[in-house]
Write a protein that binds this ligand. Structure first.
Ligand code: AMP
Length: 223
């Protein structure tokens, strides 16, 4: 039996940071559906155009496309010992699909909800900048580069992510409330949900998450 660890929380909650830290601690691969879809969106195909337009508007890509992407990715060899999901599931049909994948593999689903207040989320998202060359992430409020507007590592000009317009951010947060937040109850009812305060230092949040997962793994059901 392996663990499928799901990181939930609205955009800006720190799922990317926490999945990276957890992946290192547990030596598990990360499946970040937003990254996979951004890769798909780069292709000059009908699917690529559809995904690009959907992402740019801050809407959700269809469950069918997600089902195809996630089933294929989890089936790869590096996920045999489990994996960390960042950004999936985001809808009830996606959660049901994940249930059936986990049941077929005999895997356990552990859901971590990263809880962050709305005003902090807005600052994190609207302040986000990325280096288009090396992908390093910055934030103009919390993690500015040494020289304003350029990457510390290679001097390229930093840009917002194409879907980080204020309108798209609002759209994504309201989609989260409407379609994704109800999943928390879905998992809470089964007792597989752990809510962590996402406001502190990344290392502290990571330690809290890792502590929870360790307690789950402990003999005699220590939690
Ligand atoms: P993220 O990088 O996780 O913030 O995702 C960026 C965008 O990719 C989202 O705003 C959606 O357009 C799309 N996306 C990522 N994951 C999903 C998902 N599980 N279901 C639907 N759309 C998704």
């Amino acid at each position: 039996m392996s663990d499928i660890i799901v990181l939930m929380g609205p955009q800006g909650a720190g799922k990317g940071t926490q999945s990276g830290m957890l992946a290192e601690k547990l030596s598990l691969p990360i499946i970040a559906t937003g990254d996979i879809l951004r890769e798909v969106a780069r292709a000059d195909t009908d699917l690529g155009h559809l995904v690009r337009d959907t992402q740019a508007a801050g809407r959700l890509v269809s469950d069918e496309i997600l089902a195809e992407i996630v089933s294929r990715r989890i089936g790869q060899g590096d996920c045999a010992q489990g994996c960390i999901l960042d950004g999936f599931p985001r809808t009830l049909p996606q959660a049901q699909l994940l249930d059936s994948i986990a049941a077929a593999r005999g895997d356990r689903i552990i859901v971590i909800d990263i809880d962050v207040p709305r005003d902090l989320l807005m600052k994190r998202l609207a302040g986000r900048r990325i280096c288009p060359a090396c992908g390093t992430l910055y934030n103009i409020y919390f993690k500015p580069p040494a020289k304003q507007g350029v990457c510390d590592l290679d001097g390229h000009e930093l840009v917002p992510r194409s879907d980080d317009t204020e309108e798209a951010i609002e759209k994504r947060l309201s989609q989260y409330d409407e379609k994704t937040r109800p999943l928390l109850d879905y998992y809470r009812k089964r007792g597989s949900l752990f809510t962590v305060d996402g406001r502190g230092l990344p290392e502290q949040i990571s330690a809290n998450i890792a502590g929870f997962i360790e307690r789950l793994a402990a003999p005699y059901g220590a939690i």
